[in-house]
Design a binder for this molecule. Structure first.
Ligand code: ZN
Length: 138
C-alpha cells in the first residue's frame, strides 16, 4: 500500500472565508500516483473546517448568514470561551461545518458526485493555518 501526506497552508486575510481546494487535492492525488484508495482532508485547527458542497456564491452567502445566526460573532462577551480571545463563535461554526472529508479515489480520480467540491472553511483567519491531506491506496 502506498501512502502520501501533505499540509496545505492558508493565510486568509479576512476573519471568515470559504476556499475551494479541489484543484489542490487533485494535484496531491497526481503527486501521490495512487490510482485506487481513499483521500482524507482535515482542518488542523479547531476554528476551521473542511467540507464538501456546491461551489455556488449564493449558497456560500447563505452558509455565512446561517452560521452567523447560529453563532453570532458579536457580542463576543456572550461566550464563556472568550476570556482573552474572541473566537468562541469560530469554534462553534467549525463544529457544525465539520472537521474532515473522506473521498474515494477511483481510476486515479476523485470519485465525487456531480456538484461536489471540497472546501476549506475559515472562521478565525488573518493568520497562518493548515489542512492535512492523507492519501492511502495503491
Ligand atoms: Zn478559542
Amino acid at each position: 500500500m502506498k501512502s502520501y501526506r501533505k499540509e496545505l497552508w492558508f493565510n486568509v486575510p479576512t476573519r471568515r472565508a470559504f476556499i475551494n481546494i479541489t484543484p489542490q487535492i487533485n494535484e496531491c492525488l497526481i503527486e501521490s500516483a495512487i490510482i485506487e484508495g481513499l483521500v482524507l482532508v482535515n482542518a488542523m485547527h479547531i476554528t476551521a473546517s473542511v467540507f464538501i458542497n456546491d461551489d455556488e456564491s449564493g449558497l456560500h452567502h447563505d452558509f455565512e448568514v446561517w452560521l452567523e445566526r447560529l453563532a453570532p460573532h458579536e457580542p463576543t462577551k456572550q461566550y464563556r470561551h472568550n476570556v482573552g480571545e474572541d473566537n468562541a463563535d469560530a469554534h462553534l461554526k467549525r463544529q457544525i461545518m465539520g472537521r474532515e472529508v473522506v473521498v474515494a479515489i477511483t481510476n486515479g480520480r476523485l470519485d465525487l458526485g456531480p456538484w461536489e467540491q471540497i472546501f476549506y472553511g475559515e472562521f478565525d483567519g488573518r493568520r497562518k493555518k493548515r489542512a492535512l491531506v492523507k492519501i492511502i491506496g495503491e
